[in-house]
Design a protein around this ligand. Structure first.
Ligand SMILES: Cc1cc2nc3c(=O)[nH]c(=O)nc-3n(C[C@H](O)[C@H](O)[C@H](O)COP(=O)(O)OP(=O)(O)OC[C@H]3O[C@@H](n4cnc5c(N)ncnc54)[C@H](O)[C@@H]3O)c2cc1C
Length: 352
């Protein structure tokens, strides 16, 4: 019998960050992951955008979560000998006069903050359709395609990874822990993204999953390290291609790429680019989001040996480090769970 402190199901950004902080504290962890090629973390661009919406409002908790993410990824970069987080300008092309005016109004009231700037001149004129101009946003990207496999190799080398599909029917729950085949643990924590939506222990969670489709494109001549955003976002990749996405579809049949969304993405590309491009890839994945768009963290109310770390929605890369560290502090008995992220809000729904 193998004894660990925590079994973690899933090695997307959630399971990666939670296992990292638990292991840093000296807990023994076993991560079980089936390497689904189209998990959200494997398809995502890894963008960290400090502002959201038409009003360029700072993202939730951004002043706390971004510095924390930056230092966490820096530590992991040094350990794994790869570059994980790159701070980048996001060249935000206004899709309409209305949005440019909204931004200008903000600037004229002195409300531009540390996250945005007015460019000195219009860049990319030969490549982009930008009749209403552009603003600069100070963002970042997380290189998930390098980070997740490198961290996985570390787990494997240390005997902390089981590469297989977890089968809930084989889980035995005791008052003091869980048993899964030959492994026993104090707790099991589900970090399995959208798979949690099929988990009967968490059937009360109101998931609002949405599917995103992405094209991989080549734009001959366009060389930049900036993220470029209009109604589609281009993120430069290490191989010279661009990640171009993504769609948001709430009503979908399966997780596969579709011709309909490819047409929509290409329409947006034509509205952005003045130059020809080639499509060299097309991927789709489902974002694990709750109906209130906040993470879902904590324990099953009846079976507290079962935990969850999920609901990172569209912001996995910025939220995961901070929230995983917070959950680790909770598991260590040092702090109480932030009520906004406590999964119990779903179990308490409808109670007076
Ligand atoms: C198209 C798209 C673009 C996105 N762009 C961004 C972005 O730019 N920036 C950003 O911050 N976020 C982005 N996101 C959101 C981000 O991807 C998610 O917030 C994040 O990846 C969720 O991570 P997770 O670990 O919770 O889930 P997942 O990434 O889905 O990971 C779940 C893991 O569990 C494993 N698993 C599932 N079931 C089992 C099982 N039974 N047994 C074993 N293993 C199992 C899977 O293989 C997978 O590795 C994007 C998402 C999509 C779809």
């Amino acid at each position: 019998m193998k004894q660990v402190d925590y079994i973690i199901i899933g090695q997307g950004i959630a399971g990666t960050m939670l296992s990292w902080f638990l292991r840093q504290r000296g807990y023994k962890v076993l991560v079980i992951d089936d390497a689904k090629f189209n998990s959200a973390s494997r398809v995502a661009a890894g963008i960290i955008n400090p502002v959201s919406g038409r009003r360029f409002e700072p993202a939730w908790l951004y002043d706390e979560i971004f510095p924390f993410a930056k230092s966490t990824y820096a530590e992991l970069s040094a350990l794994l000998n790869i570059n994980i987080l790159t701070e980048r300008q996001l060249w935000n092309v206004f899709p309409s006069l209305q949005l440019k005016e909204a931004f200008d109004a903000k600037v004229s009231k002195g409300l531009t903050d540390k996250y945005t700037a007015v460019p000195e001149s219009l860049q990319y004129e030969a490549y982009l359709q930008q009749p209403f101009g552009a603003a600069i946003i100070f963002g970042a990207t997380v290189n998930l395609r390098a980070f997740l496999p490198a961290y996985r190799a570390l787990l494997a080398a240390e005997g902390a990874l089981l590469e297989e599909t977890f089968d809930l029917n084989k889980l035995v729950i005791n008052p003091s822990g869980v048993q899964y085949g030959e492994i026993s643990a104090q707790k099991i924590i589900f970090c399995d993204g959208m798979a949690t939506a099929r988990n009967p222990y968490f059937e009360k969670i109101k998931f609002l999953p949405n599917k995103g489709e992405v094209l991989q494109i080549k734009v001959p001549g366009l060389e930049t390290s900036d993220i470029i955003k209009k109604s589609i976002t281009l993120v430069p990749q290490e191989d010279g291609t661009f990640w171009a996405g993504s769609s948001f579809v709430w009503d979908y049949v399966d997780e596969q790429p579709t011709w309909v969304q490819r047409d929509h993405l290409e329409e947006k590309l034509r509205q952005l680019l003045k130059v020809p491009y080639d499509v060299v890839g097309h991927l789709a994945a489902v974002r694990p989001s709750g109906n209130d768009r906040r993470p879902m963290i904590g324990f099953h109310p009846e079976f507290p040996v079962i935990g969850i770390f999920n609901g990172l929605g569209t912001k996995g890369c910025s939220l995961a480090p901070f929230m995983a560290a917070h959950f680790t502090d909770v598991l260590a008995g040092e702090v109480k769970l932030m009520p906004e992220v406590d999964v119990n809000r779903y179990f308490n729904m409808g109670r007076g």
